[in-house]
Design a protein around this ligand. Structure first.
Ligand code: MRU
Length: 347
């Protein structure tokens, strides 16, 4: 099993995704500041994986706060949570995990600090274990939507590497259908500028023995037109209450293309990715990243003139009307809208 994030005796071990597919390195991070920096620098990425890493980062912070006074402990813990929260603004799983750790700490107000520390470490473990289990269930829920011989287009990486490990979300659906013997093949968009499709999805699917063909992002429409794609499945970084979905930049273009070619377009995401506080996608904050990610290839070769103006949004929002179904661990919202998503919330 791919182990994206792990708690190792007081340290957070991450598979360094910037180095894949060339080397498999597992650096360990011993402070919450280091974990926050690793999230920002894309050592770990993918909404659910960011959430799990943040929960473990919070447990590290709790371990290192040197006081026996509960009030002072909670004050310093809050400072650490603010540092973890200031890393990647779009992936709501980050804020979901931070809120869960905050609530757990507050529920123990008045208890001895040692007990709070231990409880927070246990809570981070739970977040990790739950993520593994949720993805497996989601995969099984989604696999029912796939038919034998389907050729699936995916964008970015929504696999084990984007979660605690194991199954993944969009790739979890594909893996479950593959394990059920449905003979699924996959087209992976390379996903400029970080190349999560080329570097991560291709690597992960090849490791699983699932046939994958790599294409550049601008080839997707052509492949759909030629009948090479039967369905599209992607992950999500944040889903508003009406089903509008933020995912890796380029997802919206794929969804528009899918509509044009009458192809089902599915999103697979855990319930923790649904932000019921936002009425629609226009409220989702979109992360903008450094211009060098566009002017250079993977921090190396420069491909644009010095000083060129760059716009580098990391995500876009696909309107719910372009999405056939949102696959979660609680079932599928089909079509996704305020009502079908509200039903899942109380399921
Ligand atoms: O910038 P990234 O690599 O963190 O973006 C990841 C994505 O957009 C994924 O598709 C999304 O987080 C879903 S992961 C299960």
């Amino acid at each position: 099993m791919i182990k994206t994030v792990e708690w190792r005796a007081g340290a957070v071990r991450l598979l360094d995704q910037r180095k894949l597919p060339f080397t498999e390195e597992y650096p360990e991070f011993t402070t919450y500041e280091q974990v926050a920096s690793a999230i920002k620098r894309m050592v770990v990425r993918g909404a659910p994986a960011i959430g799990v890493a943040a929960a473990m980062g919070a447990a590290l912070a709790a371990k290192d706060i040197e006081t026996n006074d509960t009030g002072e402990f909670l004050r310093q813990f809050e400072e650490a949570l603010a540092v973890l929260a200031a890393t990647r603004p779009t992936a709501v799983n980050l804020f979901w995990a931070i809120e869960r750790m905050r609530a757990r700490a507050k529920s123990l107000t008045g208890r001895p600090v040692a007990e709070i520390r231990k409880t927070l470490e246990d809570e981070a473990h739970k977040v990790y274990q739950e993520d593994l289990a949720i993805n497996k269930t989601m995969g099984e829920n989604g696999a029912a939507l796939l038919a034998a011989g389907d050729s699936i287009l995916t964008h970015c990486n929504a696999g084990a590497l984007a979660t605690a490990g194991g199954y993944g979300t969009a790739l979890g659906v594909i893996k479950a259908a593959h394990l059920a013997g449905k003979k699924i093949t996959v087209f992976a968009d390379e996903t400029r500028p970080w190349l999560q499709g080329a570097r991560l999805t291709a690597w992960e699917l090849m490791k699983e023995g699932i046939p994958v063909t790599l294409i550049t992002d601008n080839m997707a429409g052509h492949c759909m037109k030629r009948g090479m794609i039967s369905k599209i499945i992607v992950g999500a970084d944040r889903i508003a209450a009406n089903g509008d979905t933020a995912n890796k930049i380029g997802t919206y273009t794929v969804a528009v293309m899918a509509k044009r070619h009458n192809l089902p377009f599915y999103v697979a995401a855990p319930m923790s990715t649904i932000d019921y506080s936002l009425p629609d996608g226009s409220h989702i904050p979109i992360e903008e990243r450094a211009s060098e990610e566009v002017t250079h290839i993977m921090g190396g070769q420069q491909i644009a003139p010095d000083g060129v103006k760059v716009f580098n949004p990391a995500f876009d929002v696909t309107p719910a009307e372009l999405i056939s179904g949102i696959i979660t661990e609680r079932g599928v919202a089909m079509p996704p809208n305020r009502q079908t998503l509200a039903v899942l919330r109380t399921a």
